[in-house]
Design a protein around this ligand. Structure first.
Ligand code: FES
Length: 83
């Protein structure tokens, strides 16, 4: 059985990940960070289950999406505010 790959972009960088991967796991492959705190520190996912809101990113133009709760889809456009 072959694995299905999903193609998306993260900060305009093309990325391919296996179907079923969360957006958070996809972003982690790029070592970018997810967002910055009000003091400019890079923030990363903490809980991985939708509680802490540390993984908020912009998905297809919608800000504040919890990356750990959203599975990747083809042609998804993800933007993170890190580094
Ligand atoms: S990692 Fe906690 S809400 Fe996503």
């Amino acid at each position: 059985m072959s694995r299905q790959w999903i193609h998306l972009t993260v900060n305009s960088r093309p990325l391919s990940v296996p179907a079923g991967t969360s957006v958070a796991a996809a972003i982690a492959r790029l070592d970018l960070g997810f967002r910055r705190s009000v003091r400019g520190q890079t923030r990363m996912p903490l809980c991985g289950m939708g509680v802490c809101f540390e993984c908020r990113v912009r998905i297809n133009g919608r800000p504040g999406q919890r990356a750990c709760m959203v599975p990747v889809t083809n042609d998804m456009c993800v933007e993170v505010d890190a580094r």
